[in-house]
Design a protein around this ligand. Structure first.
Ligand code: PMP
Length: 392
């Protein structure tokens, strides 16, 4: 067959992280590469009970085709959680259940991105968003992520251009890959610019509830509700395999996004939505999340201390939640070269280059602390320290 692939797919890359993970599967390898939630916290027994309950109740329609927008009681639960946690007034009507928040990125691309449109994204940025949105052939415009959020001078310069971007993507809490969060001042500053320049922000927030230090901050969606699509997910706080996420969509965008979802897959798995809802009825999600974030906090501290001990002088971020931290190597060191040496010592991480849309930064790396206990972290980082000593 002559290949007749669609042009729009020409520049869509395979996920670099998945390629790395193939190397890291060897059980000898201590891997900080995967960004996986810790499976010790998957509520197996509770989900078994919930599954039996949903299947035992034949009248509930859990096995029938269902509404595109999602299971009503689950949408109400999510709206209520926003109300109590952030004082965010969201109608369940504005919540659309998606097949993971990853699908939300695809739906946004479908409805809002034309080929060649400028699209603002943090640098480093979430690789899955770069991949999902690449399908729609935007012109990615990077804005550097500083310790307290996006660089406002760079953002202002992009917004001053004629035909500037109308869409911006960002992760406001404990970003993947950097672990960085937007300060309250930056949230306000970004909200003000969204409104002033008529820009829509996709505020992706799968990690916000995993805060182990500091104070919860309001989402930008609270500050500029008409200019933000807020994404959420159960992947990091219950289980990722259910593929249950959601989007909070302003009224003006709701119909189009719902049509896109309908065209894509009719609706998210209704059975799984009901199982999750039953689990949430019978168990305290807050208590469950408390357990997860306590342990992630301990693991982050272990990684921080091990880095200070074994890799003195290296610069790294100090996340207050989530699953990742971001390492900056000396300028002349390539993280990819370091990866190739480190894997020989059986330790893995993700080199930072694919997280940039202006790929000239080679000396950064992502480390995940969610999956390893303190002793494993100590051993893995001490191996890394030895490798760094050798190359320096
Ligand atoms: N956004 C970000 C920032 C993520 O890190 C992830 C998961 N790696 C996702 C979205 C996708 O999550 P989900 O399982 O909800 O599709």
């Amino acid at each position: 067959m002559q290949p007749f692939f669609a042009q729009r797919f020409a520049k869509v890359e395979p996920s670099f992280i998945r390629e790395i993970l193939k190397v890291a599967v060897n059980p000898e390898v201590i891997s900080f590469a995967g960004g996986l939630p810790n499976p010790d916290f998957f509520p197996n027994e509770e989900l078994q009970v919930a599954t039996a309950k949903v299947l035992g109740n034949k009248g509930n329609g859990a096995l029938q085709y269902a509404a595109t927008e999602g299971f009503g009681p689950l949408r109400e639960y999510i709206a209520e959680r926003y109300r109590t946690q952030h004082g965010l007034q969201v109608s369940p009507d504005n919540i659309l259940i998606t097949n993971g928040s990853q699908q939300a990125l695809d739906l946004i691309g479908k409805v809002l991105v034309n080929e060649g449109d400028d699209l603002i994204i943090e640098e480093p940025g979430y690789l899955g968003a770069i991949q999902a949105l690449s399908v729609y052939q935007p012109n990615f415009r990077g804005v550097s992520l500083n310790d307290d959020g996006p660089d406002l001078a760079e953002l202002d310069a992009l917004l001053a251009e004629p035909n500037h971007a109308r869409l911006m993507y960002g992760v406001t809490n404990f970003q993947n890959p950097s672990g960085l969060s937007y300060s309250l001042e930056k949230r306000r500053a970004v909200a003000e610019r969204l409104i002033r320049h008529n820009v829509l922000m996709v505020e992706d927030n799968p990690y916000g509830e995993l805060r182990f230090e500091g104070e919860h901050l309001p989402p930008i969606a609270k500050l500029a509700p008409e200019n933000v699509v807020l994404l959420g997910s159960f992947s990091k706080v219950v289980v990722p395999s259910f593929r249950l996420g959601w989007m909070v969509v302003p009224d003006w965008l709701r119909t189009k996004i719902t049509i896109a979802k309908q065209a894509s897959d009719l609706h998210t798995n209704g059975f799984v939505q009901q199982v999750l809802f039953s689990y949430l009825q019978d168990n305290s999600l807050d208590a469950h999340i408390d357990r997860i974030r306590t342990v992630y906090g301990q693991q982050k501290k272990a990684m921080e201390q091990a880095l200070l001990r074994h890799c003195p002088g290296l610069d790294f971020t100090r996340p207050e939640g989530g699953m990742f931290l971001w390492l900056k190597l000396p300028q002349h060191l390539s993280a990819m070269d370091l990866f190739n040496l480190a894997i020989r010592e059986n330790v893995a991480f993700v080199p930072g280059r694919p997280f940039y849309v202006r790929p000239d930064i080679l000396n950064t790396a992502r480390f995940s602390y969610s999956g390893a206990d303190a002793a494993t972290i100590e051993e893995g980082i001490s191996r890394l320290g030895r490798v760094i000593q050798q190359v320096l």
